[in-house]
Design a protein around this ligand. Structure first.
Ligand SMILES: Cc1cc2nc3c(=O)[nH]c(=O)nc-3n(C[C@H](O)[C@H](O)[C@H](O)COP(=O)(O)OP(=O)(O)OC[C@H]3O[C@@H](n4cnc5c(N)ncnc54)[C@H](O)[C@@H]3O)c2cc1C
Length: 829
């Protein structure tokens, strides 16, 4: 057996096999895959094989689309039939709300080039008469979708991998990992059969691998323990049942091709044809998490007992939808572990804190995702970056705060929500509140309706007593919309307070800090006491992280980045700093996210609010432009609270972020509330803030800013210092301008605004996509930000945005349509 390889992939399910295949295809000729049992013996063997293209996430849509296209090519390459049936996928709607959901989804599909058709109940009845349609509103149909045999596609990928030089070793289990400084020593144990169980033998071997990928499926918790990290990948029970042949289906099939996959989202199930009968796969309530700590040795390619009672409601609704299924008996059942994560997206990318260790875990649609996961992960490993922004699937989007209990309960919730409407303003309830600012209770008492990001509770908006956020959700303007409008107006006309405590915050200091940050970020470093907006780039020259950088001293910097992304940003920063210590000198990186609270004050009356609290020899001038200019920082005292005040405002109004010791937050909060009475302080949530920043064309991380665009494409030239060398510079310049960031004012419908997932067209030709959307109080219409073909980015260009299945006129406006000269932010007083 080979003992030195370039890459070792652990796990021979669909995902691991695809990764091994794609690494070889990307040019790595020394790849080994190990599997503790047989290929496909994990969840892969019992998957139903559906390949749903429907996805509300941009990255996942690309991943799924790649798989579907790739699987169609496998037979020609390997000679093995992957068992792909392109039968189409009919997603039915019982309500107008569900149709709204499909229309939003269709926009995402269009941005990725996924085809679809709209069908009326009559169209459905005409084409598939076995389906009852009298209570349907309509459906969306994917002609290119279908199902595949999971074992066959895995074996085809395995054959393709072997043909490209991959070595596949079965019955070897990875049992220990040791990083030697430039490679991993992985101890493998030979597994043997004993009384039907698979148990470790005494035979061991150590493989030295430059890179390791774990794709261990249901064994993710054991893998995490061996690596000393936390991974929220825990399986949940998932069942499907197979019926005896349905005579009506058998009869209909005599003159017709296969029935498309049916999805009755409101009834929470999928149904597909199987040998003249039906497979029913429900996503029911109450499916329990499994293997929180480990998979028992006795559990191999096994199943759990069927729990028919749990899926009775879904079973009955299948009979309602396909009346001919009422009299057919059950032939078979499957209840297997299906891996989940709290947000339903896999963990695909670098492992937190470890070098050359890549995770491919937590796949709930692993057959659908395997092809794309392999393709994009191989791009990351071989070329340094994937062609799409992988932040939404990055394993570091969670952090060390995440526990097994949290993951298990959230994963159960995630499973249960598969078919619930995916409102863009949805907030799921499990495991909350967990991470709270000290002022949480005070905010709640004043009507805060919270959202959460990476476990942090953050007010979305404030509503009067008795208001139900749950009931207000919508694909159009939700019941909360009016409160966000009032809050946005309060900031434009008066003064508002936003809790921004969830910001990720890092201190970088030490003798090497200045040289390091000069190399690490693309803008000129600020002088001591000043602030700058800057970007850390990937090696491909795209945007990895946006920082508000505050220079506290000659060699000490305070970096503020997007809320809820502390581990994602911190891991990248720490690894880069470690790499550069030898070159630049000692660099210390501290994550101080949970040490500093942040309350942001914004609006023309900000000074009026803060002045009475200032303890200063001359409070009248302490906040003047002379003593406290825009884009500077000062240590001030508000009552008895020491505050690192930063004169920036993400809303585009005069304002200060008040960074304070977190244990003093309630004291500061109470003083601000008292002082706020006179100027009429309004509490403001994230939704209004998100609208306001679009009026200023302020890009946001995770929407406009990600690893698929360079800062030049994001039109942030003024924050890029081309006179210096910095990480990613050459790649950024070589990439050129493929797309360009724009702000659009949209004459949309009266009852809806874009969400930032819509397609942008010129005529009916797709020319770009929105990445953010909302309502502009300053212009009294919908607003959005996004990317278009560079030749269409000039102000005044007339385009169209597709919302609710209609085109709405939109105009590209000049950067910062509200207060383009920044006069309001800079106003003296
Ligand atoms: C009933 C059911 C129906 C499903 N239907 C669908 C569907 O229609 N469409 C869809 O896309 N998905 C479906 N899924 C989900 C799908 O099965 C999984 O997402 C997918 O199989 C995950 O593949 P994987 O390679 O990540 O994991 P697995 O298939 O579980 O493979 C992981 C492999 O790693 C091996 N391994 C673990 N630890 C080690 C170690 N230390 N050393 C060596 N080897 C190790 C295991 O033995 C296993 O073979 C379904 C799941 C269930 C339960």
């Amino acid at each position: 057996m080979k003992t030195e390889v370039k890459a070792l992939v652990i796990g021979g399910g669909a995902v691991g096999t695809s990764i091994a295949y794609h690494l070889a295809r990307a040019g790595w000729d020394d790849v080994m895959l190990i599997e503790r049992d047989e290929l496909t013996s994990g969840s892969t063997w019992h998957a139903a094989g559906l390949l749903p293209l429907f996805n509300m996430s941009y990255a996942s849509t690309w991943i799924h689309k790649y798989s579907v296209d790739f699987y169609k090519t496998l037979e020609a390459e390997t000679g093995l039939d992957a068992g792909f049936f392109v039968v189409g996928n009919l997603r039915m709607a019982q309500s107008d709300t569900r149709m709204d959901e499909y229309m939003l989804y269709a926009s995402t599909a269009e941005t990725c080039g996924v085809p679809y058709e709209w069908l009326s109940p009559r169209d459905i009845r005409d084409r598939w008469p076995l389906v009852r349609t009298d209570d349907l509103k309509g459906a969306i149909f994917h002609p290119t979708d279908g199902y595949i045999n999971p074992a066959d596609v895995t074996m085809a990928m395995a054959k393709g991998a072997r043909q490209r030089g991959v070595v596949i070793e079965r019955r070897w289990q990875a049992d220990a990992f040791r990083w030697t400084g430039d490679a991993w020593d992985v101890t493998l144990t030979k597994m043997v059969e004993k009384g039907g169980n698979l148990v470790p033998s005494d035979e061991q071997v150590v493989i030295t691998a430059e890179h390791v990928v774990t794709a261990s499926g249901n064994h993710a918790q054991r893998t995490a323990r061996m690596l000393g990290i936390k991974m929220p990948a825990i399986p949940v029970e998932h069942q499907y049942v197979v019926t005896e042949p349905d005579p009506a289906l058998v009869e209909w099939r005599k003159d017709n091709p296969q029935h498309p996959v049916l999805r009755d989202a409101d009834a929470k199930w999928y149904v597909r044809e199987e040998r003249g009968g039906w497979i029913l796969g429900p996503y029911e309530r109450g499916a329990p998490a499994r293997f929180e700590y480990d998979v028992p040795e006795s559990f191999r390619a096994d199943l759990f007992p069927l729990d028919l009672e749990r899926i009775e409601e879904e079973y009955m609704s299948m009979i309602h939808r396909i009346p001919s299924s009422e009299h057919v008996g059950l032939k078979d059942d499957f209840n297997g572990p299906i891996c989940y994560t709290p947000d339903g997206n896999p963990l695909l990318g670098p492992a937190p804190g470890l070098r050359n260790m890549w995770l491919a875990e937590g796949f709930s649609f692993g057959i659908t995702a395997a092809g794309g996961a392999g393709h994009y992960l191989a791009q990351m490993m071989v070329e340094g970056e994937a062609g799409i922004d992988m932040a939404s699937v990055d394993p570091r989007r969670y952090g060390p705060w995440m526990t097994t209990e949290y993951a298990a309960r959230k994963n159960e919730e995630s499973y249960e929500h598969v078919y619930l409407p995916h409102f863009p303003d949805e907030e799921r309830p499990a495991c909350r509140p967990l991470r709270t600012s000290p002022a949480y209770d005070r905010q709640k008492a004043r009507g805060a309706q919270f959202g959460q990001a990476n476990g942090w509770e953050r007010p979305n908006y404030y509503a009067p007593e008795g208001f139900s956020d749950f009931d207000s959700r919508s694909f159009r303007r939700g019941g909360w919309w009016q409160y966000a409008v009032e809050e946005a107006r309060a900031i434009r006309d008066g003064v508002g307070l936003i809790d921004a405590t969830a910001f990720a915050k890092h201190v970088v200091k030490g003798p090497g800090a200045t040289q390091f940050l000069d190399w690490f970020t693309c803008n000129r470093l600020p002088k001591t006491g000043r602030i700058t907006l800057t970007y850390a780039l990937t090696s491909a020259g795209t945007v990895r992280t946006e920082y508000t950088m505050v220079r506290l001293a000659e060699n000490e910097y305070y970096l503020i980045s997007a809320g809820g992304w502390a581990e994602y940003d911190g891991d990248f920063l720490r690894k880069a700093a470690q790499d550069k210590i030898g070159e630049f000198g000692y660099i210390e990186v501290q994550d101080v996210t949970t040490q500093w609270g942040v309350l942001a004050i914004a609006g023309p009356k900000s000074r009026e609010l803060l002045r009475p609290l200032l303890r200063d020899a001359d409070p009248d001038s302490a906040l003047s432009n002379k003593r406290f200019p825009w884009l500077s920082t000062r240590n001030i005292e508000l009552g008895m609270c020491p505050v690192r005040a930063i004169r920036v405002a993400y809303t585009g109004e005069l304002g200060w972020e008040l960074h304070h010791p977190i244990e003093m937050q309630n004291y500061l909060w109470d003083r601000l509330m008292e002082a706020g009475e006179a100027p009429g302080l309004r509490l403001v949530g994230g939704r209004a803030q998100n609208w306001l920043r679009q009026e200023k064309s302020y890009r946001a991380f995770g929407t406009e800013l990600g690893r698929d665009v360079t800062p030049l494409e994001a039109d942030l030239v003024r924050f890029v210092d081309q006179s210096k060398e910095f990480h990613g510079k050459a790649a950024m310049n070589e990439t050129g301008i493929r797309v360009k960031s724009v702000t659009l004012l949209i004459d949309g419908p009266d009852d809806a605004d874009p969400w930032g997932r819509e397609v942008i067209c010129e005529g009916d030709t797709r020319v770009g996509r929105l990445t953010s959307g909302g309502y502009s109080v300053a212009f009294g219409k919908s607003i959005g930000m996004g990317y278009v073909r560079p030749d269409l980015a000039a102000p005044g260009t007339r385009l169209q945005v597709k919302m609710l299945n209609r085109f709405w006129p939109a105009e590209v406006v000049a950067e910062s349509p509200y207060d383009p000269g920044n006069e309001r932010i800079r106003r003296d007083g």
